[in-house]
Design a protein around this ligand. Structure first.
Ligand code: GAR
Length: 195
């Protein structure tokens, strides 16, 4: 059974989908902890499912490195097989990434390498593209530049706004994430084999 720690910053709707998937006895992964960089609303999903939560508030630390060092200590205590960044809106320093790579993955609401960064949906709309997408990647020390494990195209519809487009992307992200975690757990997908 693959143990998974999930890190979030926001509403955690993709986290919730993973929690629901992991309720199935046939699903080969279990969520063992959910952490956040702030008092994120999505922590309530973990609490509802009886999963331990922790917060390492970014604002309480003088630097990104100090914040990440504390986050790293928490993850060391939990010792998950896999870390999932599910809407964690913070860059992790290279030292932390190097320690967990390739057992640290991220979901992103665009068809990488198109539209990396914090505003993937907004940037796709601003560029006027006819389709965008959803991706699951291995985290590296760039901004959404790691090896792609799964991705899918999603059309941009006339009249789409950032929220409507994002709400159409998220269900695809959830499906991809649940499938990637399942395939890593069964050994069908080896994240280290993706250069
Ligand atoms: C998701 O769309 C995720 O891909 C995105 O934040 C959203 C979180 O939604 N992450 C990024 O943009 C990271 N660059 P949720 O909190 O409802 O799961």
């Amino acid at each position: 059974m693959l143990s998974v720690a999930v890190l979030i910053s926001g509403t955690g709707s993709n986290l919730r989908a993973l929690l629901e998937a992991a309720e199935d006895p046939g699903y080969p992964a279990r969520i063992v902890a959910v952490g956040a960089d702030r008092d994120a609303a999505g922590l309530a999903h973990a609490e509802e499912f009886g999963i331990p939560t922790f917060v390492v508030p970014f604002r309480d630390f003088a630097s990104r490195e100090e914040w990440a060092a504390e986050l790293g200590r928490r993850l060391d205590d939990i010792r998950p097989d896999l870390i999932v960044l599910s809407g964690l809106m913070r860059l992790l320093p290279a030292s932390l990434v190097a320690k967990w790579q390739p057992r640290i993955i991220n979901t992103h609401p665009a068809y990488l390498p198109e539209f990396p960064g914090a505003h993937g949906v907004r940037d796709a709309l601003a560029a006027g593209v006819e389709q965008t997408g959803a991706s699951v990647i291995v985290v590296d020390d760039g901004v959404d530049t790691g090896p792609i494990l799964a991705q899918e195209r999603i059309p941009v519809l006339p009249g789409d706004a950032e929220d409507t487009l994002h709400e159409r992307i998220k269900p695809v992200e959830r499906r991809l994430l649940i499938d990637v975690v399942r395939r890593i757990a069964t050994g069908e997908l080896d994240p280290s084999a993706h250069p």
